[in-house]
Design a protein around this ligand. Structure first.
Ligand code: SAM
Length: 270
């Protein structure tokens, strides 16, 4: 099972690795740039209620609250009480309400939100279509959903042995993500939920020589591999050591594709 579907039941080592990874990738200039790009396209005067679904430690929720004016209510929703506890501690000056709920059963009125953000949530939920139908229900006509996710099916760490690398990419990402290919399904899922795709942006984070964004992912996997039993101990250690050695030698390579989908609930524009 995808550990992000049951964060509160994970051992402390897994929870710690998740929090560290979410916060460190949120600080990475490229990753943060993608968030800032979609937030800067929002007309805040038309947003009275914004909701960040699957907010985790609140990386996007905090940025959103800083950009929105004081007239915008900001709600962060997550299934994990433990991540919400971390989110409350990390958000200081920002005015944010937090709520523990599943994104497919939101304690929100119909047509009550102007903006919903789903930042790397869809790849983790059991039924992405059900979440989008719930987003459709809570958005007002003309309201927007921004869905950002990774195509984990093509994310890769370069190893000396290509075939081994390909198998390990798949094993590692399958152990932490329910839907490796969700971005390929999103156009159909968005339309199926009654939403209209209005904008689409592809992004890539690739590193050659020394790692940074992907090195923090390697460090995360270093903890997750034994804690979740993803690979036999020896194989996991060999994977980590090869990538750390390649980084030290300036021979590191890793790459992943991310996408931002913007969708609108048809009806009166606001
Ligand atoms: C990869 S994290 C992304 C966190 C945050 N959006 C970010 O990008 O930093 C996925 C988040 O989705 C949450 N989650 C998983 N299933 C959920 C569901 N059904 N409803 C709400 N949140 C869920 C997890 O607890 C976790 O915080």
């Amino acid at each position: 099972m995808d550990p992000y579907q049951a964060v509160d039941h994970q051992p402390e080592a897994v929870l710690g690795a998740m929090i560290a990874r979410l916060e460190s990738r949120g600080e990475h200039p490229m990753f943060r740039g993608f968030i800032e790009e979609y937030l800067s396209a929002i007309r805040w005067d038309a947003v009275h209620q914004a909701v960040d679904l699957g907010c985790g430690t609140g990386v996007v929720t905090r940025l959103l609250a800083r950009q929105a004016g004081s007239a915008t209510r900001v709600l962060g929703v997550d299934l994990s009480e433990k991540l919400l506890e971390a989110a409350r501690g990390l958000a200081r000056a920002e005015r944010i309400e937090w709520c523990c709920a599943s994104a497919d059963a939101l304690p929100m009125e119909d047509n009550s939100a102007d903006l919903a953000i789903l930042h790397t949530l869809m790849s983790h939920v059991p039924e992405p279509g059900a979440v989008l139908r719930e987003v459709h229900r809570v958005l007002r006509p003309g309201g927007r959903a921004v869905i950002f996710d990774a195509d984990y099916a093509s994310a890769t760490f370069g190893l000396a042995d290509f075939e081994r690398g390909r198998q390990l990419d798949l094993k590692l990402f399958s152990a932490i993500v329910a839907h490796l290919d969700v971005c390929r399904q999103l156009p159909g899922l968005i339309a199926g939920a009654g939403l209209k795709l209005t904008d689409f942006r592809p992004h890539v984070i690739a590193e050659a020589g020394h790692g940074d964004f992907w090195l923090s992912s390697v460090r995360g996997f270093e903890k997750l591999i034994p804690a979740l039993g993803i690979l036999p101990e020896e194989e996991g250690r060999a994977w980590t050591q090869e990538l750390l050695a390649r980084h030290e030698a300036g021979a590191f390579f890793a790459s992943g594709n991310y996408y931002t989908f913007t969708a609108e609930k048809p009806g009166n524009a606001g």
